[in-house]
Design a protein around this ligand. Sequence first.
Ligand SMILES: CC(C)(COP(=O)(O)OP(=O)(O)OC[C@H]1O[C@@H](n2cnc3c(N)ncnc32)[C@H](O)[C@@H]1OP(=O)(O)O)[C@@H](O)C(=O)NCCC(=O)NCCS
Length: 170
Amino acid sequence: MKIPTIQTHRLFLRPWTPEDAPVLFQILQEPEIFQYFPPSPPPTLEKTGRYITHQLAHWQDRGYGHWAVISQDDNRVVGWAGLEYLPELDQTEVAYLLSRKVWGRGYATEAARAAVGFGFETCRLPGIIGLVHPENAASIRVLEKCGLVFTDRLTLWGLEMLRYSARRQE
Ligand SMILES: CC(C)(COP(=O)(O)OP(=O)(O)OC[C@H]1O[C@@H](n2cnc3c(N)ncnc32)[C@H](O)[C@@H]1OP(=O)(O)O)[C@@H](O)C(=O)NCCC(=O)NCCS
C-alpha cells in the first residue's frame, strides 16, 4: 500500500524514510523522553533504523502504523505518532512521542486525534486503546482529549500501565 500523508492544522503526518533515522535518533537521546517507558538504554542509530523498517513493514501488514510527525513551520521531523497492533493484547494502540523542543504546543493532541480518526474512519477499526504510565499526566490528557476513557490497569512489558479505550461510533 501507499502510506498516506495527513495534514493537520500545524503538522504533517508523513511516511517514514530511512533518511529520517539520524534526526529521530537525536530526538530519542533527549533526557527523560523515555521516562515512562520500560527501562532500557537509549536506542542506537541502528536500532532507530530498525524502528523505521519495522513501521514500514507494519503499514504493509496492517494498513496502518506510525507516521513521522513534521512541523509545518520548519518542515522538520519532531517525533512519531500513529497506530500499532499489539499481538500481546490483540488490540491497536495509539502512540506518540515528540521532541521536548515542541512539548506544550498541543502537537501531540493534534497528531493523536488525526491517528485515531484515521483508525476509525479509514481502517474501520472497532476499537483503539492507549497504554500509559500512571504518572504520565501529559499523555493521559492527550488520550482523554482524543476521546479515550480509562478502562483498567494491566502489567505489560514489566510495567504497570493504565489502559484507555474508545470504540468506533457507527
Ligand atoms: C506525552 C507527550 C507526547 C505530550 O506532548 P505535548 O505535545 O506536549 O502534548 P500537548 O501539548 O498536546 O498537551 C496535552 C495536554 O497535556 C497537558 N500537559 C502537558 N504537560 C503536562 C504535565 N506535565 N502534567 C499535566 N498535564 C500536562 C497539556 O496542558 C494538555 O492539556 P490541555 O490542553 O488540557 O491543557 C510528550 O510529553 C512526549 O513526547 N513525552 C515522551 C514520550 C511519551 O511519554 N509518550 C507517550 C507514551 S504513552
